[in-house]
Structure formats: structure tokens, C-alpha cells
Design a protein around this ligand. Structure first.
Ligand code: SAM
Length: 279
């Protein structure tokens, strides 16, 4: 079994230069990759990997998974992966993972694993949430600040749209902090391993309303909640409406709990549907 460094060396020997624009910071710490594998618990399950890269995780995943569906956007790395991984249970898709329907390859993943390229972390988490993939759990390495944002709660500076969305559908935990020294080339910041377990699914309409309200409110994060909504939907008496349902109209968007946002989305559906669908 190749160590992480050996996999990097194969690429270096072929003159490969990592592309910053694709977030190519390869894992070079065998202890961290073993930790990710333990957390992912992939034995005999269908697995999805985003950004297989030099294969640091892929070579281990393919040994344990029932089937492994891996996306990699870089053609040179796809050739490398095809050279080093010959197992029949490996399906490599050399495309942009953000533009694909992950369920369209006949392998419904039970686990998602990724050392996520830093440049796609937000769009990746929005896609996973928006498109409602029925992936029971995931283990994903991201920049520490992104992990903190995802797990944060109201009244924290890191709290934002993704924190609210994931709090309502997943149990998320940072299971390890990872030093920047665990990657080649070394990035400027540390990373973290985030573990997510799917708790439930929300109705389509509620999801849509939630996104509309969150997008408006967090665009005006420093304003009072009623003001933020009034800017974009002025025909509604937001102060009165929020007070009526027990939400303080004067709080800022980042002070409302995930349950509060859920409640507001439900209310939006019953009272504001026709007005908000135009926004
Ligand atoms: N899995 C390897 C590891 O753990 O060392 C590589 C991880 S590296 C941080 C991220 C990988 O994702 C790179 O190989 C990069 O080319 C690939 N990548 C970047 N954007 C992508 C996208 N939109 N779709 C698929 N792969 C992408």
C-alpha cells in the first residue's frame, strides 16, 4: 500500500505541478488518512469521493467499499488514478463534481468522503443540501474556518446560512483539527475533519422558503431583522408580523436560532407565499 508521500512522489516524478485554482493540496499524513477512513466506516458500502486527486484516500477506500464512485476534475490526475487503481469496484468520473447529478451513475452512495478543494467548499455544501442527496453520513476535510461556520450556532460571528441549513437536517461535529503541515503544498491555514450524520429531510416548500428568507436576511446581517426583510419586501408589516409570532423584530439575523428560522419559513409559507415567490 502506497503511503501518502509515495503517491505524491509518483506525481512529482512525472513533473506534475499542483494547481492552486483547483485547491490541489494533497494529504501527506498517513495518520490523518487512517483517521478519516476509521471515521467514514465504509466497509462494504457504496462510497462517493469528491476530488480523488493523487488517490491518497482513494487507494484505501477502494479496498473497503462495495463500490467507489470518485469525481476528479483534473485530467492529468484522472490518468494517474487510472494507472494506479485497477479494481472493478472503482468508477472514476473525470468531470466537475459540482455540475453532476451524483445519483446518475447507478451507485447510490451510503457514505461521502472528501478532502475537499478549498475553492468549492461553500458550493459543495449548498449542493449537498439543496439537492437532498440521501447520503446517511459524510466525513469531509475542509478549512478550519469553513468547519467552524458549519457547526456554529446563533450569536456567534461564524453563524450564517449554511449553519442554519445544516443544523436543521444534520448532526455535525468537528472530529479533528488538522495542521497545515499535513498537506503538500502547504496551505496558509489549518483544516478540520467534519463528520455529518443525516437526521431528517425538510419539505421542498419549506426548504425553498428558508433559503429565500435566509438569503435576504444575511445580505443585511448587521441590520435588525424586520429592517432587513422590509428592504426587499416592503409591502409586509414585518415588525408586526415577527412580533405576532414571538420573534423579536429588533434582533439581528445572526441572533435567530435554527429552530426560529424553521418556524419563520413555515410561517412564510402560510402567510407570505404569494408575496415571497416574487422576490
Ligand atoms: N483526495 C486527494 C487527497 O486527499 O490528497 C486530493 C484532495 S485535493 C484537496 C482536492 C482535489 O479535488 C484535487 O485533486 C482537485 O483537482 C479536485 N477538484 C477540484 N475541484 C473539483 C471539482 N469541481 N470537481 C471534482 N474535483 C475537483
Amino acid at each position: 500500500m502506497c503511503s501518502c508521500w509515495e503517491l505524491v512522489k509518483i506525481l512529482k516524478d512525472r513533473g506534475f505541478v499542483p494547481k492552486r485554482s483547483l485547491g490541489q493540496n494533497f494529504l501527506v499524513d498517513d495518520n490523518i488518512r487512517n483517521f478519516i477512513l476509521d471515521q467514514a466506516d465504509v466497509d462494504n458500502r457504496n462510497v462517493l469521493e469528491i476530488g480523488a486527486g493523487n488517490g491518497a484516500l482513494t487507494v484505501l477506500l477502494v479496498k473497503k467499499a462495495r463500490k467507489l464512485l470518485a469525481f476528479e476534475i483534473d485530467k492529468i490526475l484522472c490518468e494517474h488514478l487510472r494507472r494506479i487503481i485497477k479494481q472493478d469496484n472503482f468508477v472514476l468520473v473525470c468531470k466537475d463534481a459540482l455540475k453532476e447529478d451524483w445519483n446518475s451513475y447507478g451507485i447510490l452512495p451510503a457514505v461521502l468522503v472528501s478532502n475537499l478543494p478549498y475553492n468549492i467548499s461553500s458550493p459543495f455544501f449548498f449542493k449537498l443540501w439543496d439537492e437532498d442527496y440521501d447520503v446517511p453520513h459524510f466525513v469531509v476535510m475542509v478549512q478550519l474556518e469553513v468547519a467552524k461556520r458549519l457547526v456554529s450556532r446563533e450569536k456567534s460571528k461564524d453563524y450564517g446560512i449554511l449553519s442554519v441549513l445544516y443544523a436543521l437536517t444534520h448532526e455535525l461535529r468537528i472530529v479533528k483539527r488538522v495542521s497545515r503541515r499535513s498537506f503538500w503544498p502547504q496551505p496558509e491555514v489549518d483544516s478540520a475533519i467534519l463528520k455529518g450524520v443525516r437526521l431528517n429531510f425538510l419539505e421542498k416548500d419549506v426548504k425553498k422558503m428558508l433559503k429565500v428568507l435566509l438569503n435576504i436576511a444575511f445580505r443585511y446581517r448587521r441590520k435588525k431583522l424586520y429592517k432587513a426583510f422590509s428592504i426587499e419586501i416592503p409591502e409586509v408589516d414585518w415588525r408586526g408580523l415577527l412580533a405576532e409570532v414571538g420573534i423579536d423584530p429588533d434582533i439581528r439575523p445572526d441572533a435567530l436560532s435554527p429552530d426560529g428560522w424553521f418556524y419563520l419559513a413555515k410561517l412564510g409559507l402560510s402567510k407570505l407565499k404569494h408575496k415571497i415567490s416574487e422576490v
